[in-house]
Write a protein that binds this ligand. Sequence first.
Ligand code: ADP
Ligand code: MG
Length: 329
Amino acid sequence: MLLVLLTACGPLDRSPQRVNIRGTVFGTYYSITYYEDEGTVFHDAVDSLFQDFNRSLSIYDKESLLSRINRNEETKADQYFEMVFTRAQEISRETGGAFDATVLPLVNAWGFGFSERADMTAEKVDSLLQFVGYEKVWLEDGHLVKEDDRVQLDFNAIAKGYAADVVGSWLESKGVITYLVEIGGDLVARGVKPDGSKWRIGLEVPAGEMDAAQEWTYFVEIRDSGLATSGDYRRYYEKDGRRYSHTIDPETGHPVDHQLMSASVFAPDGISADAYATAFMVMGLEGSIEFVEKRNDLEAYLIFAAPDDTETYGYYASTGLELLSREDL
Ligand code: ADP
Ligand code: MG
């Protein structure tokens, strides 16, 4: 027995090596775990992928392609832009506009973007809504066409999930088939580990304070799935005792305000999970349940506040989602 074990761990062992890479991107942390024959560490390659990505899609980089498109200095899409825009538009149509990448002027005006919060009167909101709407912008022969040149795009709601997909595809091009790419809590996982087990992910419970420690009650086991969470309880600001969410309802032009506290969505890839998670925050609890139960390709874990009581909460797991707890470990 001992001999067998020793050989299994010895230098002739051909089983893939586990590699973990960590760093920061998009103002948050990333963690990438994968199995590769030689244990090659792709740290520099991953960081340069993120750099390319930011040069294309960051709204914080004033010289990014997206920033130039938003200032109408450029119309030609690159490969990242084309992919993310096309998927964003599809999901906008499917969700009846709950997800909408043209909300940027509202995001900024409410103080969640790169500008100070404006004085948000009903007139101000109405004037901004005139150039918000995903049907006001489209691609034609690889160029972005705007119905109104004040239209601006923001892919922040899907950047993390999409970037996880981009890193995953890149790893696959290097022969990696088992990986978990996580960026700020949004992730994509593929394959099973060499011992045949799936990836285990803890589902975070709501934190009262923005910087409270992460805690989980349930976990899930996944393979070949994206998972993203949108929520109110870590990203918000308070004014006059009210919490303002950073998710905007594109129909009303106001931050969403209802009992749904967070939506975690499982979808075939990271970009879709990320977009639906934001859309669900707009749709609210009932709308999200109705939506997810009609879809075979989506599962969701929703946390909601008990009415008039922010201290207690409930959760809803969609029919196909298997929640595991500590006893299952
Ligand atoms: P998080 O960044 O916490 O994961 P989201 O993925 O939901 O949260 O992204 C929130 C960001 O998405 C906001 O800061 C804003 O830039 C953008 N956003 C807000 N409302 C919408 C919406 N209805 N559709 C698309 N993007 C949105
Ligand atoms: Mg998101």
